[in-house]
Design a protein around this ligand. Structure first.
Ligand SMILES: NC(=O)c1ccc[n+]([C@@H]2O[C@H](COP(=O)([O-])OP(=O)(O)OC[C@H]3O[C@@H](n4cnc5c(N)ncnc54)[C@H](O)[C@@H]3O)[C@@H](O)[C@H]2O)c1
Length: 289
């Protein structure tokens, strides 16, 4: 089945990026959001991003207009009924995601593929809730979606190999390199990245090294574009804590998933990183103060 019409549920940071790359690749895209103002803000982000590509001569003005013309907006899930692929990018809440997929299962055509962009929940639980586990896959994009080249295609036990292949082909069509990942905490990338971030925090917590030396060590010693503590501030201490607390609850015996005490107390004190202006570093907007 060729994927010609894509539904994207949630038009926040990730949903707007996924909608943008899908439309840029030639698909008709229906974007479904809860609130009109969020939908308009998401669209402003898409339009701004496309116009920036025109100013950088990476897209022609005609291509930009053609891409914008492929979008439609809605607040009703029923408008996704004839989509070939529906990608969920709503807030990270497992019950909300399961309930969404249960509704979509009753609305969308039987051959439609469902995908979740979750960062931390088991794909299989949502696949079961959708009533069509064989046509359900994880499609984990990275932020910012238009720039980041990777997508993880997450295979859970019940999915058909045909759907995995279609998901990989879709990833390639939207300009990404698709890797196959297991339905285990963090898939491939976050499974390696999150324990690294936590260990960096533990080093600082134990007084083994300063925040600055940990970051300098990993940028100059390993060629990472950003040190782990800066990255943690960038991602959000609350977001990372939320992810590891979920993993820790499911796998309490895995020491890699143990949330460091300092992370908990910083989140409790509202030190969330870049977004709150204070994390391990002080922030002035997008820049370290
Ligand atoms: N932010 C990242 O770096 C990142 C990276 C990879 C994956 N993810 C995952 O992508 C998903 C979305 O993250 P985000 O950062 O874009 O969040 P976000 O808060 O920016 O956007 C989520 C949007 O979903 C909307 N929404 C919530 N419930 C809805 C519903 N039932 N129907 C329609 N819209 C609904 C909200 O109004 C909001 O605009 C999460 O599962 C997250 O874990 C995030």
């Amino acid at each position: 089945m060729a994927i010609q019409k894509v539904g994207v549920v949630g038009c926040g940071l990730m949903g707007s990026g996924i909608a943008q790359v899908s439309a840029a690749a030639g698909s008709q895209v229906v974007v479904c959001e809860l609130a009109t103002e969020v939908l308009e803000k998401g669209f402003a982000r898409i339009e701004g991003s496309l116009r920036k590509l025109v100013s950088k001569e990476k897209l022609t003005a005609t291509q930009c207009e053609e891409t914008l013309a492929r979008f439609s907006k809605t607040q009703k899930l029923e408008d996704l009924a004839d989509c070939d692929l529906v990608i969920e990018a709503i807030t990270e809440n497992l019950e909300a995601k399961k309930s969404l997929f249960a509704s979509l299962g009753g609305i969308c055509k039987p051959e439609a593929i469902f995908a979740s962009n979750t960062s931390s929940f088991p794909i299989e639980e949502m696949a079961t809730a959708s009533g069509r586990p064989e046509r359900f896959v994880g499609l984990h994009f990275f932020n910012p979606v238009p720039l980041m080249k990777l997508v993880e295609v997450i295979r859970h036990e019940g999915v058909s190999s045909e759907v995995i292949e279609e998901a990989r082909a879709f990833g390639k069509a939207v300009g990404k390199v698709a890797i196959l990942a297991p339905d285990t905490p963090g898939f491939v990338v976050n499974r390696l990245l999150v324990p690294l971030l936590l260990e960096a925090v533990r080093m600082v917590e134990r007084g083994d090294a300063t925040v600055e030396d940990v970051d300098t060590g990993m940028t100059l010693g390993c060629g990472h574009p950003m040190g782990p503590i800066t990255l943690l501030d960038y991602v959000g201490l609350d977001t990372t804590l939320f992810i590891v607390e979920g993993w820790h609850a499911r796998y309490p015996d895995n020491p890699l998933f143990e949330p460091p005490a300092v992370l908990r107390s910083m989140v409790k004190d509202g030190k969330l990183g870049r977004k709150s202006g204070q994390g391990f570093y002080r922030w002035d907007g997008d820049k370290r103060a």
